[in-house]
Design a protein around this ligand. Structure first.
Ligand code: 5GP
Length: 185
């Protein structure tokens, strides 16, 4: 285990089992419809890749790059910035957002509204993790993997200052890693 990690929450087998369960639900709900999946980068990179590979539903794939954090922060700035929008024409299409984690809910709230404003017929949300304690707006995932406590987690695509994304498990980052950064600034 990486020495900056306090505790592993989910190992790769648990993540893979949960991803398969979510894929089954999504396949079942959409049936023969063609959907547009929109992965939110960078955090959803690994989850999106693994989920899409096992989905049977017909799909078009796009990504958005969205940020609400400064690189070395562990709390959302509250300001959601779309750095890269969807390229596919989503008008009258069923869209499924694929996201790593919902925390305050601000990112998904804005992204969902943005996609609806751009003419999507429907917008559903699939998240791997949900931290319900910090919610600031009312938003719920249609498909959620794990509910987690209010700790800062990394791994399996989730990063801190762009580190740890490559870990094949999800774990709680030791507070001293970001506390030492806070003391530097
Ligand atoms: P929200 O807008 O719901 O507060 O946060 C969504 C975004 O914040 C996620 O896409 C993710 O990038 C980031 N985030 C929230 N909680 C965590 C966490 O525990 N770890 C990491 N690495 N990112 C988080």
């Amino acid at each position: 285990m990486n020495s900056d990690i306090d505790k592993i929450l989910f190992n790769k087998e648990e993540i893979s089992k949960k991803t398969q369960k979510l894929a089954n639900q999504i396949d079942c709900d959409y049936g023969d419809e063609e959907i547009v999946t929109v992965g939110i980068l960078r955090g959803a990179l690994f989850f999106m890749a693994d989920l899409l590979r096992i989905l049977n539903v017909k799909l078009l794939t796009d990504v958005m790059v969205v940020s609400s954090y400064d690189e070395s922060d562990i709390v959302s700035s509250g300001k959601v910035i779309i750095q890269k929008d969807v390229s596919i024409d989503i008008r009258n299409r069923d869209v499924l957002i694929v996201e790593d984690i919902v925390d305050t809910g601000l990112t998904l709230y804005h992204v969902k509204q943005h996609l609806l404003d751009n003419g999507a017929k429907s917008v559903k949300i699939c998240t791997l993790l949900d931290k319900p304690t910090n919610r600031k707006v009312e938003i719920t995932s249609d498909y959620n993997g794990f509910i987690i406590p209010n700790n800062f987690v990394v791994g399996y695509g989730l990063g801190y200052a762009n580190r740890y994304r490559n870990l094949d498990y999800i774990g709680i980052l030791k507070p001293e890693v970001y506390q030492s950064k806070e003391n530097e600034s």
